[in-house]
Ligand binder design. Structure first.
Ligand SMILES: NC(=O)C1=CN([C@@H]2O[C@H](COP(=O)(O)OP(=O)(O)OC[C@H]3O[C@@H](n4cnc5c(N)ncnc54)[C@H](OP(=O)(O)O)[C@@H]3O)[C@@H](O)[C@H]2O)C=CC1
Ligand SMILES: CC(=O)C(=O)O
Ligand SMILES: [Mg+2]
Length: 565
C-alpha cells in the first residue's frame, strides 16, 4: 500500500499499486499535455497500455524503463557535473519535468542531494537566480500588486494549500539582501517539506514578497528579476504584509501554516509577534533553528554529561537564530529546574557586532548582563569561560584558532556549533574545530561538512540545521489541524529529535541522527508535535488518532509512480 498524502484530494495515494487512477489536471491530461505536466509525467516509464490509452504513441521513444532505472540514470548524470550550480539547475529542471522522480531522487539520496537543493548550493542559486530563472516555481507578490494580493493568490493553480513558506528576501542565509531572488529559499524549503516531511507537493506554496532591494549589485544586474527600487519600509511595507496575511486567510482558511523565512530581524520578530495572535505562523529562523539546536544540545549532554542548567552558553550573533535558540534553552531549562526563566537566561551570553547599550533591540534585552566591555570574541571566551559556544553571526572564520584553543583549554569536551550558512559563512570548518581542539570538540554546523580524520580517528560532524525539524513540525501541525503554534510544541520537537540520536552516532562524534532516516524521524517529530497540540487544546482534527506515529506515517506523500487507467 502506498502512503496517502496529507490531503489526498484525488485519491492518488489511497490507491494500491495495482489500482488504476485518473491523471487529472483540469481535464484528463493526455498526449503532449500529459508529458508536459510534471505532476503526472513519467517519461519513459509510461507502460505500453498507458501509451495507448493516453495518446502517447510516437511522442516517446520505444524503450520502457522503471522509475529506479530513471533514478539511476539521473544520479549518474548529476554526479558527472563538477559545478555544483549545474547540479542545482538539473534538479530544478527535473522538478519541473517529473515531480515524482524528483522527490524519489531526493528521498533516496538525501545526504547527497540535500546540499544541492538546500544549503550551501541554494545560496549561490539565489545569488544567480536571475540568470538561471526558467519557469515560476512559486508566487511573486510585489508592491505593484497592492490592492490585488487576493487575486494574485487565486492565480496559483492549486487550491488545497496547507503550508506556505514566504520570504521578503532581506536576509537570505548569511548572504544578506537578495531581494526577489530569495525565491530559491521558499522553493528549497518546501521541497524538503515534501521529501523529508511528506507534505504533498500540491499542498505547498512558495511565496516571495518583493518590496525592492537595497543590494546595489542586484539593482545594477541586467538579469535581476525583481523590482528595481530600494526597499519599501514602514507603513508601505506593513500594509502589503497585512494585505498578504489577510488574503492568505481568506483564500486558504485558518489552518494554512505560514512559515516566515529569511526576513531581516528588524521585521522578523515583529511579524511573528503580530501574526501569531491571528494566524497559524512559524518563524523557521527563530523557532525552527531553536528547536533543532536545543535537540543537539540535549543529545550532546548525553555525551558529555550534566544538564542544560550546568552549562554556560556563549553566542556569537544575537539576532533571530541566536536569541531564538537562547530563549528556547532558557525555557527548557526552566521547565526542568523550576527556576524562573529570567534566572535561566542569566546562564546565556550573547556577543553582537557592536556596543550599543542605550539602543539595544528588544529581542536582546532579556539577555543583557552587567559586565565590563569585552572587545573581542576571544576576550569574551576567556572571561566568561563557556562550555557551549554557538555561532549565529552570519560571518565566516570568526571562530579562530585562539578561540577554539581557549574553549579546549578549560573544557574537557567543548561544545562548538558554527551554525551560519552557507559553508563560506560558517564560523569555522569541521576540520578546524577538531584539529584546534585536538579532537575534543563536540561539533555541529549549519551547512554540511565531510567527516574529518584526526590522529587516526574519524569524526563525523552533525548538521545542526532547522531542516531536521520544520518538515516534521509542519506535518504535525497539519495532521492535527493545529490552529496556533505554541512554544511547548517546539520543545516537543526538540525532545523527539534528541531521542533519535543513538550511541552508535555518539561513537562517531555525531549528535544528530543521519538524514538518511529523516522520514521516520519526521513522523516521530510530527507525532510528538501533534500530541502536544491536542494536549494544549490547539488541535482541531477530531477525534484524536490513537497512534499518532502510525497516523503521521500514513499521511506522508510517497513519490512512487501510480498506474493510469
Ligand atoms: N543552521 C541553521 O539552521 C540556521 C542558520 N542560520 C544562520 O545564522 C546566521 C544568522 O542568521 P540570523 O540570526 O537570522 O541573522 P540576524 O541578522 O538576525 O543576526 C545576526 C547577528 O550576528 C551579529 N553579527 C554580525 N556580524 C558580527 C560580527 N562580526 N561579530 C559579532 N556579531 C556579529 C549581528 O549583530 P548586530 O545585532 O549588532 O547587527 C546579529 O546580532 C545566518 O548565516 C544564517 O544562515 C539561521 C537560521 C538557521
Ligand atoms: C537554515 C536557514 O534557515 C538559514 O540559514 O537561514
Ligand atoms: Mg532561514
Amino acid at each position: 500500500m502506498a502512503g496517502g498524502g496529507v490531503e489526498d484530494v484525488y485519491g492518488e495515494d489511497r490507491a494500491t499499486e495495482e489500482q488504476l487512477i485518473t491523471p487529472w489536471s483540469f481535464s484528463v491530461a493526455s498526449g503532449h499535455q500529459l508529458l508536459r505536466d510534471p505532476r503526472h509525467n513519467k517519461g519513459l516509464a509510461f507502460s505500453e497500455a498507458e501509451r495507448d490509452a493516453h495518446y502517447l504513441r510516437g511522442l516517446l521513444p520505444p524503450a520502457i524503463v522503471s522509475q529506479e532505472h530513471q533514478e539511476k540514470k539521473i544520479m549518474h548524470n548529476l554526479r558527472s557535473y563538477t559545478v555544483p550550480l549545474h547540479r542545482y539547475v538539473a534538479m530544478m529542471d527535473l522538478q519541473e519535468r517529473n515531480e515524482r522522480l524528483f522527490y524519489k531522487l531526493l528521498i533516496d539520496n538525501v545526504e547527497e542531494l540535500l546540499p544541492v537543493v538546500y544549503t550551501p548550493v541554494v545560496g549561490e542559486a539565489c545569488q544567480k537566480y536571475g540568470s538561471i530563472y526558467r519557469r515560476p516555481q512559486g508566487l511573486y507578490i510585489s508592491l505593484k500588486d497592492k490592492g490585488k494580493v487576493l487575486e494574485v493568490l487565486k492565480n496559483w493553480p492549486e487550491r488545497s494549500i496547507q503550508v506556505i513558506v514566504v520570504t521578503d528576501g532581506e536576509r537570505i542565509l548569511g548572504l544578506g539582501d537578495l531581494g526577489c531572488q530569495g525565491m530559491g529559499i521558499p522553493v528549497g524549503k518546501l521541497s524538503l517539506y515534501t521529501a523529508l516531511g511528506g507534505v504533498r507537493p500540491s499542498a505547498c506554496l512558495p511565496i516571495t514578497i518583493d518590496v525592492g532591494t537595497n543590494n546595489e549589485t542586484l539593482l545594477n544586474d541586467e538579469y535581476y528579476i525583481g523590482l528595481r527600487q530600494r526597499r519599501a519600509t514602514g507603513e508601505e511595507y506593513h500594509e502589503l504584509l497585512q494585505e498578504f496575511m489577510n488574503a492568505v486567510k481568506q483564500n486558504y482558511g485558518e489552518k494554512v501554516l505560514v512559515q516566515f523565512e529569511d526576513f531581516a530581524n528588524h521585521n522578523a520578530f515583529d511579524l511573528l509577534a503580530k501574526y501569531s495572535k491571528s494566524h497559524l505562523v512559524f518563524n523557521d529562523d527563530i523557532q525552527g533553528t531553536a528547536s533543532v539546536v536545543l535537540a543537539g544540545l540535549l543529545a550532546a549532554l548525553r555525551m558529555i554529561g550534566g544538564g542544560l542548567v550546568d552549562q554556560t552558553y556563549l553566542f556569537l550573533g544575537a539576532g533571530e537564530a541566536g536569541t531564538g535558540i537562547a530563549e528556547l534553552i532558557a525555557l527548557e531549562m526552566s521547565k526542568h529546574t523550576e527556576l524562573p526563566v529570567d534566572d535561566c537566561r542569566k546562564k546565556i551570553w550573547l556577543v553582537d557586532s557592536k556596543s550599543r547599550k542605550e539602543s539595544l533591540q528588544h529581542f536582546k534585552k532579556p539577555f543583557a548582563h552587567e559586565h565590563e566591555e569585552l572587545k573581542t570574541l576571544l576576550e569574551a571566551v576567556q572571561s566568561i569561560k563557556p562550555t557551549v559556544l554557538i555561532g549565529t553571526s552570519g560571518v565566516g572564520k570568526t571562530f579562530t584558532q585562539e578561540v577554539i584553543e581557549a574553549m579546549a583549554s578549560f573544557n574537557e569536551k567543548p561544545v562548538i556549533f558554527s551554525l551560519s550558512n552557507p559553508t563560506s559563512h560558517s564560523e569555522c570548518t569541521a576540520e578546524e574545530a577538531y584539529t584546534w581542539s585536538k579532537g575534543t570538540a563536540v561539533f555541529a554546523s549549519g551547512s554540511p561538512f565531510d567527516p574529518v580524520e584526526y590522529e587516526g580517528k574519524t569524526f563525523v560532524p552533525g548538521q545542526s540545521n532547522n531542516a531536521y525539524v520544520f518538515p516534521g513540525f509542519g506535518l504535525g501541525v497539519v495532521i492535527s489541524g493545529a490552529i496556533r503554534v505554541h512554544d511547548d510544541m517546539l520543545l516537543a520537537a526538540s525532545e523527539a529529535l534528541a531521542e533519535e540520536a543513538t550511541q552508535e552516532n555518539f561513537d562517531k562524534g555525531l549528535i544528530f541522527p543521519p538524514f538518511t532516516n529523516i522520514r521516520k524521524i519526521s513522523a516521530s517529530i510530527a507525532a510528538k508535535v501533534a500530541a502536544k497540540a491536542y494536549d494544549l487544546g490547539l488541535a482541531s482534527r477530531l477525534p484524536r488518532p490513537d497512534d499518532l506515529v502510525k497516523y503521521a506515517e500514513s499521511c506522508m506523500y510517497t513519490p512512487l509512480y501510480r498506474s493510469y487507467r
